[in-house]
Design a protein around this ligand. Structure first.
Ligand code: MG
Length: 259
């Protein structure tokens, strides 16, 4: 049995005009030097959580996304159950952090939230067997795979609909662990009302299958993120709405929509 690493929630944050790396402990953030890809060490300085502005925990190298990976979501959009993981990409230029604004252009039609578990790759690999998949994972974070639903349909492919500036809220923390949070609940609320709720055991293709599948055609690299699909309950957002995606043990990714 591999030895379990302690659970650490790594973050990047801004306070008093400076940017730091940190780890979250209860209601404070402890500053660290370094990052979880190459290693980090503590500095004896902390800030209260409510004083800092969280940034994306790192800038992903690529955002691999999985469509139609929860049965309820496949059915609500009247789609076919995929025979293998449905992979698409979202531009890293869409990344924003917690509490940044999701900008909703008036001309783009319906814009939906999609709360998702973001799997962060820490070790490169190609043709990764499912049994070895988790050894390539650095940890887990949260992504809101914001989608221009009408353009997704009319364009015939998804690049534009998924890649508007600000359509990839990411963070606020990266849970560094070799344990898949299988039983954790992912929940999305819109203006405080529950709209999505699921556990990761409900995925049609589990995380180890997603990693194995992508690595059959592309070498996965440290800093790659796999947004693993959204559960049932997607719906539109409008300017002024507060959308919050939370995963137990990782945190809560809040964003406000604006024009
Ligand atoms: Mg999605």
């Amino acid at each position: 049995m591999a030895k379990k690493k302690p659970l650490v929630c790594y973050c990047r944050f801004w306070v008093d005009g400076r940017t730091y790396s940190g780890t979250i402990r209860d209601n404070s953030v402890d500053i660290v030097e370094g990052d979880p890809f190459t290693g980090f060490s503590p500095i004896r300085l902390s800030y209260p959580v409510d004083r800092v502005k969280f940034l994306p925990p790192f800038m992903p190298k690529r955002i691999w996304c999985i469509g139609r990976n929860y049965l309820g979501h496949v059915k609500e959009l009247n789609n076919e159950i995929p025979k293998e993981p449905l992979v698409f990409m979202k531009s890293t230029s869409a990344i924003i952090g917690a509490n940044d604004f999701i900008r909703i252009p008036e001309w783009a039609g319906r814009i939906d939230y999609e709360g998702e578990l973001a799997v962060v790759i820490g070790k490169a690999g190609r043709n990764i067997p499912e049994e070895e998949a988790f050894s390539h994972v650095l940890g887990y974070s949260i992504m809101n795979d914001v989608t221009a639903r009408e353009l997704q349909k009319s364009d015939g492919q998804w690049t534009r609909a998924k890649s508007f500036d600000t359509f990839a809220p990411f963070g606020p923390a990266l849970l560094v662990t070799d344990q898949m949070p299988e039983d954790a609940v992912i929940r999305t609320t819109l203006n405080g009302k529950n709209v999505q709720e699921a556990t990761f055991s409900q995925m049609i293709f589990p995380v180890q299958r997603l990693i194995s599948h992508i690595s059959k055609f592309a070498t996965l690299e440290p800093g790659d993120v796999i947004a693993s699909g959204t559960p049932q309950g997607v719906g539109p957002m409008k300017p002024g709405d507060l959308v919050e995606v939370s995963i137990e043990g990782i945190g809560s990714l809040k964003n406000i929509c604006a024009n």
